[in-house]
Structures are given as C-alpha cells and as structure tokens.
Design a protein around this ligand. Sequence first.
Ligand code: LLP
Length: 427
Amino acid sequence: MANLEIGGIDCRRLAEVSGTPLLVYDEAKIEGQFAAATSNFKSEKFETEVVYAAKAFSCKAIFEKAKEAGAGLDVVSGGELYCAQQAGVDMKSVYFHGNNKSEEELRMALEAGCGTIVLDNRMESQRLVNLAAELKRPIDVLLRVNPGIEAHTHEYIRTSGSDSKFGISIKKAEEIAELIQPVLNSEYVTFKGFHSHIGSQITETEGFEKALEIMIDFIREMKEQYRITAGCLSIGGGFGIKYTAVDKPIPLGEMAEILARTCETLIAEKGVALKKLLIEPGRSIVGEAGYALYRVGFSKDTDSKHFLFVDGGMSDNIRPALYQAEYSCDIATRMGEPKDKTFCVAGKNCESGDILIKEAKLPSSVCEGDLLVIYAAGAYGYSMASNYNRAGRPEVVFVKDGKARRVLRRETYEDQLRLEADEQLTI
Ligand code: LLP
C-alpha cells in the first residue's frame, strides 16, 4: 500500500503534522508554470509582461513567488492590494482591476504608488482623474473593453458576452473615446491602452486569437477615428488546466508563445504599432500545483449511492457546487490499489449540494482514517473558501525538495470569534 508523495514528502506525514483538510502546493510546479509563461511570452517586436491574477490564490508566499519570477500582479480589491504591499511587491508592477472600486480603494492605490489602474467605466474614469489631481499622484491606466466573444465555458466565468458587467463594449467606440478624454487631459493620469478578458478555463487558442484580432482592429480604429494611441494591450487570463481526463488544455508555455506570435503577425498585417502585450494567468499558474488533502470519515450507502465523507467540503472548495466543476481524486494512502468501486465524495457542510465529486472510482478497501486527495485544487478553492458552518479555512503548506513550510495557518475557533463585537453605536 503506497502513499502519495507531493514535492518528495509522504502525504500521510503532511497530514500528521498539519492536520486536514490541508491544501498542499508543489512549489516546483508553481515555479515551472511561471517560467513557462515568462520565457515563452516574448517578442522582438514589442515588450511583454506576465501578470499573475491574484484572485486565483492569494497570500504573501505566492506573491513572493510571482515577484521572484518577474511577474506583475493583478489585484481586484483593497485586500489583495494590502496583501501585495505586505509581501513587498513592487507597486509599479501592480494592475488594479474591478468594475466597482470604491473611492477608498482608488485612494489607497494612488497613495501606494500602484502602477496601473484598469478602468472599467465612465464614472470611474472621472473619479480617478479627480482623485489623482487631489492627491497629486501619477498613475497609468488601461481601459477594460469588451470584445464580445463568447468563450466556451461556464456562464458564471464567461466574462465577455455583450451583457457582461465588465468593461465597455467595443461597439461603443464613440463613448469609449469620450471616456478617455478626461484622462488625456489629466496632468496625473496617463492613458496606456486597452484590456480585455474573455473568460476562464478556456482550453483552446481560438477565442484568444479572435480576441487579439478584434482588439488590434479596435486599436487601429481608435487611432484612425479618434486619434487615441493605445500602446499597450492586455488580453487577460483564462488559460485552462487539466481537472479531469476530459480536459485537454494547451500547455501554458505553448499558449503564451502562440499568443505572442499571433500578435506579431496581426500588428504587421494591420499596421498597428504596439509597444507592449500582457497576459494575466491565474488558474494556470497555481491550479495543478495544488493538492487538497482530506481525511476520510464515515461512509454510508443509500438506495443508489455509496457516500464517502471527508472532513472538508464546499466551505473550502465551492467550485463543484457553484459551477458543477469536476475534479479527479485518489485515496492518497492507497495508491496503486485497484479502483473497483464508485463513490460519491461528499463534504461535511450542512447542505445537500456539498458534493465534491459525484462519481469517483476508488479502491473498495478505503476506510475511515484514509486520506483522499483532490488534484488540481490550487485555483479558486482557498480564495473562494468561506466560513460556512464555521468550518474554518484549511492550512496551506508549500512543499519543495522534501521540505515543507506553512504559508497559511489553519483558521481556529478563536480566529472565527475575532470579529465578534458588542459595542453601542452612536447613531
Ligand atoms: N484577468 C482578469 C481580468 C480576470 O477577470 C481573471 C479572472 C483573470 C485575469 C484570471 O483568469 P484565470 O487565468 O485564473 O482563468 N472563480 C472562477 C473563475 C473566475 C475568474 C474571474 N476572473 C472559477 O473558480 O472557475
């Protein structure tokens, strides 16, 4: 009976030391993905930048890895920005996204010396121009536009259809030109270019190639019709990963290379002068590097199912319940044993939809005390984790070359009570 090893460490040992549920990241895999992106996303025709999308998984340790890899950082809230500051990230490499940034967040970004704000709408454009003048702080901006591409992915993670809440449709060129005007007149805010993001978990190149072409045509249109020069283009993230055998994603390095070459061809064909191209991978950097380890508890047979219960669930990974996302798993303490029985792997949260994997082939010998591993659990699991049922967020460890380090400690009962208050309000 063999145990799964992650980063050269027996996972039974990891669970003994850190407890379960436990999220384990193989650091070498994270480094490999950063390197694949940065080394293949290169061009002699324009500058390139890989920007890590913090929303996929954020903590100081991963921000430090992004920094080491020479990647920028995409943040979407004051919280992510604060964490980046605390991790010592160079604020110039930070891109602040979001469709409804608060005035407080915009002030925070300006005061922190954040490099770029990705503007979403007209109100925000005016607000930023005013705030930058008040604070006398310089900042660059990209404007998020919507190329109107329907990516083949779940409705909730599709972001670029014509009714998306993000950005402004490129069909509204005049409105976009008007919106940029106050920025062009601003002493402090500098217009750099456009941003688009078409969705997430996209495994083919087609949607990105189409988006690139539409965006480059749009850059030309803005120049010719409105004399607005956009030197930078970010085509967002969304590069898919392998969750189960049905997923056949193009490796990140190949995808990055294809995008750089496609962009070179398009700008030559269309006579567009581009200074810089950016991508913003999140999931593809951390997803497959993450292993969620759970302790197997009780099991139960119903009329048509064999339930196997684990000590986590939708509170640490809501993706199956929210998107019907599929994962693969193993009994980490019975590797190599025949997988001769189909189980429904369910969590311990108080909700019928708290199913992590509907049908998993596992060894019939599995019993209480075994460890179950869910693969490719590194993206949008921890970052979307909740305190539902006061379950407490899991511990997170990074492993490499037989060594393990705790990067986020387990949430305790005391942690959960730290927000409790009993204060009279003066109304
Ligand atoms: N850039 C922008 C502007 C984005 O909105 C996103 C993701 C990314 C980059 C990174 O996308 P990635 O490379 O990670 O696919 N919670 C969902 C995914 C939501 C993605 C939101 N935006 C999930 O669990 O599948």
